[in-house]
Design a protein around this ligand. Structure first.
Ligand code: NAP
Ligand code: GDD
Length: 337
């Protein structure tokens, strides 16, 4: 039987890869798109099916995680077998500038969706996009038993969403799980996250379009994986007999400086000739080191990452170099298709 899924955050990095994965498995995929004054569907334009098409397997709906009634109505209409809550104000630095908005959408938004599932009376499985940012100041390695100590309004909001998910599982017997995902990147990564900011700058410097790149803290350690592999872990979490929470990570640490070195070197450039410091990109409280232990996901989900940080940097540089070349040639096609 064809399964139906609802994805919030369908226009984001993970939403686009998860849509492709579920469509390839024969799902009918519904995506929640928030209203924007200009197009915000670039990552899913290649799988878009217009309202005039018959028998659509990919359907978009306007709604917002701040609007609980719209969520109930949408769930009643779609009656999905699986719900993936990927929608969020997901930028850590921005969350210090917009803490209440971040709390509302990223934290309370998760609760609104869970309550909407309950209120609509449907039988569905729920995935909550939890984050390694919840571990914050707690030293690595981090796994499912590691205590949380969030260091940003975003991290605090994600802790709220995490416990709301656990609570709905315990209180109402709902199949609701947290995927505690460590940083994952791709050519579709938002342009202001550090990896994409670096690989995009590499491509533009190589093409002579810019000469300097301003960054904040280069000493932070992250565990960077490849987004298409991480959405597969999300799907696996909803196919188990029992709901439980999982860490998803590579276990391989790298500093921002090491990512810089790899990315610039791949394009034949010396990062030290181009990178400048700007305190504007530092956070009032930083997360120094995130390194995940994903042995539970390996054992129970049979999930293992293949692309590690150095290959990831090269994949992203190649994609951005190609994108700049295409732009200079006057084309507008995406680079990662
Ligand atoms: P992303 O690219 O920033 O995508 C976020 C999505 O949320 C976008 O589709 C965005 O819409 C949507 N959104 C924002 N505000 C909304 C609102 N008020 N109502 C409904 N939708 C809203 O993030 P991502 O990297 O794909 O990450 C997916 C999820 O995993 C997020 O919840 C993120 O916090 C979490 N996470 C990510 C990572 C990572 O390393 N990527 C790690 C752990 C957890 P627009 O396109 O219109 O902005
Ligand atoms: N964005 C950004 N811009 N980060 C910088 C910069 C800069 O110019 N310079 C240094 N950094 C450092 C940050 O201080 C942080 O330590 C590290 O680079 C990574 O920053 P981001 O790429 O913005 O990611 P993040 O780790 O803060 O958050 C991402 O990962 C979380 C999972 O751990 C986001 O995707 C979150 O949504 C996600 O939950």
């Amino acid at each position: 039987m064809t399964k139906t899924a609802l994805i919030t955050g369908v226009t984001g990095q993970d939403g686009s890869y998860l849509s492709e994965l579920l469509l390839s498995k024969g799902y009918t995929v519904h995506g929640l798109v928030r209203r924007s004054s200009s197009f915000n569907t670039e990552r899913i334009d290649h799988i878009y099916q217009g309202p005039q098409e018959t028998g659509r397997s990919f359907v978009l709906h306007h709604a917002d995680l701040s609007d609980g009634v719209a969520l109930v109505n949408l769930l009643r209409e779609i009656r999905p077998d699986e719900v993936y809550n990927l929608g969020a104000q997901s930028h850590v630095r921005v969350s210090f500038d917009a803490p209440l908005y971040t709390g509302d959408v990223t934290g309370l938004g998760a609760l609104r969706l869970l309550e909407a599932v309950r209120a609509s009376g449907i039988d569905t499985r729920v995935y909550q996009a939890s984050s390694s940012e919840m571990f914050g100041a707690t030293p690595p390695p981090q796994n499912e038993k590691t205590p949380f100590h969030p260091r940003s309004p975003y991290g605090v909001a994600k802790v709220y969403g995490y416990w709301a998910t656990v609570n709905y599982r315990e209180a109402y017997g709902m199949y609701a799980v947290n995927g505690i995902l460590f940083n994952h990147e791709s050519p579709r990564r938002g342009e202001t996250f550090v990896t994409r900011k670096i690989t995009r700058a590499v491509a533009r410097i190589k093409a002579g379009l810019q000469s300097e790149l301003y960054l904040g803290n280069l000493d932070a350690v992250r565990d960077w994986g490849y987004a298409p592999e991480y959405v597969d872990a999300m799907w696996r979490m909803l196919q188990q007999d029992e709901p439980t929470d999982y860490v998803v990570a590579t276990g391989v640490p790298a500093t921002v400086r090491q990512f810089l070195e790899t990315a610039f070197a791949h394009a034949g450039l010396d990062w030290q000739e181009h990178v400048r410091h700007d305190a504007k990109y530092e956070r009032p409280s930083e997360v120094d080191a995130l390194i995940g232990d994903a042995s539970k996901a390996a054992e129970l989900l049979d999930w293992k990452p293949e692309v590690m940080v150095e290959d990831l940097a090269r994949i992203m540089v190649d994609a951005d170099v190609k994108q700049v070349e295409d732009q200079l040639a006057g084309a507008t096609v995406r680079v990662d298709r």
